[in-house]
Write a protein that binds this ligand. Structure first.
Ligand code: VG1
Ligand code: CO
Length: 542
């Protein structure tokens, strides 16, 4: 080790959640807090001699954190760091750069869809050599290190200015500052039929993409407006701001209400999409029609062969357990493997690496493929555009076609946010305690066929992940899932996932909340959310 050793820590509560460590920015930027977590990460992964990628979504404290991490990496003997200009990299672009350069891993500075700014949230996530989020074994080792360390290594040499591309050195460590967009844009161009999409825009196809003042602005402007010829102004909120301009960069109908409203208006454009803080999520809206993320996964999987990068077909499809079963029906029709994993992209990595699946998705507005090892918001938008260009159908027509063929899986997620931890846990415990008694019981006019606490057995490395969400499945094609969020920074968030499949065409036009009303009532009856927490309605419905 070179540099100096600062005695500090350990800090409690530095346990990575669903996607890295997320805390209030004020806490992360407090003396030694970031440093101790980064030291734990560098120690746990054995950073000496390694090549790392570094970047983030541009939120407050990101640039300062990047400079600190570079000085710590140098003092910990890291050989080389590839960093996005101005410390910017979307999560999928960081995943791509790790793979492109054969790097040993990467550090991503983001709290994703959580609001930013000094009053908002900050986060740090470690990705491994395949470009994907560290699996549970690695995050457990990082957590163990956070509890054991007594300080951190850092060089007194200042970090190089990150505003200009080029090669620099920091003590013995090489620092390469790269354009955050160009390699990623080239990857997208290799997967999709850009000439066909460009021709569609030239014919007058109109779209709006809401970057929500977060990291996808520069990516979307380069790809959609410059390379594909979407009209200037198609990208909204395209300049990344440290506080995301006060926006909550969570692409759903609640937080992207402006975009959503434009697509529901009489003079709506043909297509709308939004991404989140770090660019891995996507919301897709057609003229007058919202596409729920579980349906989006299913439609993308069913039509992916229309894009050049997937013309050879898919190897398999994976979805997180709470994601609707719509994608399973596509996998069955295609005769390919279907996998059900716990929530969080890290669980897809082994399946992708082993060549068992090509497309993955989560109900939380996440879809992606084996092109990187993260979910990828712009990738999903481009695959949608490619499918629209190849078929000449509208979003609404594609959805109707899909439902006619596969049936419609009505789906919704109800979030109860910032609950007292004890009351959220009481809901989970009460339902968990009843699970064993439920199979065979009649609820409303249908029977419970399965009730369990989801456990995942990874078919590739044999690892087990338990307690991944309570699920109750009914004989009539309904299902609900209850789990606690692992990305929040305030209290506890309870997520209730609701699903009802129908093969009856007369049902397809129903309003999802109305179509789900029986399973909503069943969930309330069995889980007693309002009874225990006192909350009569969810805070966010997606
Ligand atoms: C949420 C989503 C999950 C997603 C995770 C990270 O986790 O539900 O599907 O993988 O966020 O996404 P949780 O534990 O709060 O339910 V991101 O775009 O915030 O990195
Ligand atoms: Co994200």
């Amino acid at each position: 080790m070179t540099g100096i050793f600062i005695t500090a820590g350990p800090f409690d509560g530095q346990k990575p959640g669903t996607s890295g460590l997320r805390k209030k920015t004020a806490q992360f930027s407090a003396p030694h807090y970031l440093e101790c977590f980064v030291q734990a990460t560098l120690s746990a992964v054995g950073a000496k001699g390694k090549t790392l990628v570094l970047g983030g979504d541009g939120r407050a404290f990101g640039a300062e954190a990047a400079a600190i991490i570079l000085r710590m990496a140098a003092a910990n003997g890291v050989a080389r760091v590839i960093v996005g200009r101005n410390a910017l990299l979307s999560t999928p672009a960081a995943s791509h750069l790790i793979r492109l350069h054969g790097a040993d891993g990467g550090i991503i500075l983001s709290a994703s869809h959580n609001p930013g700014g000094m009053d908002g949230d900050f986060g740090v996530k470690y990705n491994i050599a395949n470009g994907g989020p560290a699996p549970e074994g690695v995050t457990a080792a990082i957590h163990a290190e956070t509890l054991r360390l007594s300080g951190y290594h850092i060089t007194a040499t200042p970090a190089p200015d990150l505003s200009q591309d080029g090669s620099y050195s920091l003590d013995a460590m090489a620092v390469e500052v790269v354009d955050p967009v160009s390699d990623y844009a080239a990857l997208m161009e290799s997967l999709f039929d850009f000439p066909a999409i460009r021709a569609m825009f030239a014919r007058g196809f109109r779209m709006k993409f809401d970057a929500m003042c977060a990291v996808t602005g520069p990516y979307a402007t380069e790809i959609l407006e410059r390379r594909l010829g979407a009209a200037a102004g198609s990208v909204m909120h395209g300049t990344p701001l440290p506080d995301f301009g006060g926006m909550h960069p969570d692409p759903n109908p609640t937080w992207a209400a402006d975009l959503y409203g434009q697509l529901m208006a009489p003079d709506a454009p043909d297509f709308g999409a939004a991404s989140d803080g770090d660019g891995d999520r996507n919301m897709v809206v057609g003229r007058g029609i919202y596409v729920n993320p579980s349906d989006s996964l299913a439609v993308l999987a069913a039509n992916a062969h229309l894009a050049p990068g997937y013309a050879g077909g898919l190897k398999g499809i994976a979805r997180s357990m709470p994601t609707s079963t719509a994608a399973d029906r596509v996998a069955a029709a295609l005769g390919i493997e279907a996998h059900e994993t716990p929530t969080g992209w890290k669980f897809f990595g082994n399946l992708l690496d082993a060549g068992r699946v090509t497309i993955c998705g989560e109900e939380s507005f996440g879809t992606g493929s084996d092109h990187v090892r993260e979910k990828d918001g712009l990738w999903a938008v481009l695959l949608w555009l490619n499918i629209l260009a190849a078929t000449g159908r509208s979003v609404a027509e594609l959805m109707q076609d899909h439902w006619q063929k596969f049936g419609r899986t009505f789906y919704s997620r109800h979030d109860f946010e910032a609950l007292p931890v004890a009351s959220a846990e009481a809901v989970m415990t009460a339902l968990r305690d009843r699970l064993a008694t439920l199979p065979g019981t009649l609820v409303g006019n249908t029977q419970v066929t399965l009730a369990d606490d989801f456990a995942y057995h990874d078919p590739v490395d044999g690892s087990e992940s338990r307690n991944q969400g309570l699920r109750v499945v009914f004989a009539n094609g309904a299902r609900f899932v209850l789990r606690l969020s692992g990305t929040g920074t305030e209290g506890a968030t309870l997520r209730l996932y609701l699903e009802q499949h129908s093969d009856t065409p007369a049902d397809f036009a129903r309003d999802p909340q109305e179509a789900l009303s029986a399973v909503i009532a069943a969930a309330e009856g069995l889980a007693q959310i309002s009874g225990i927490t006192g909350r009569v309605a969810p805070d966010v419905v997606t």
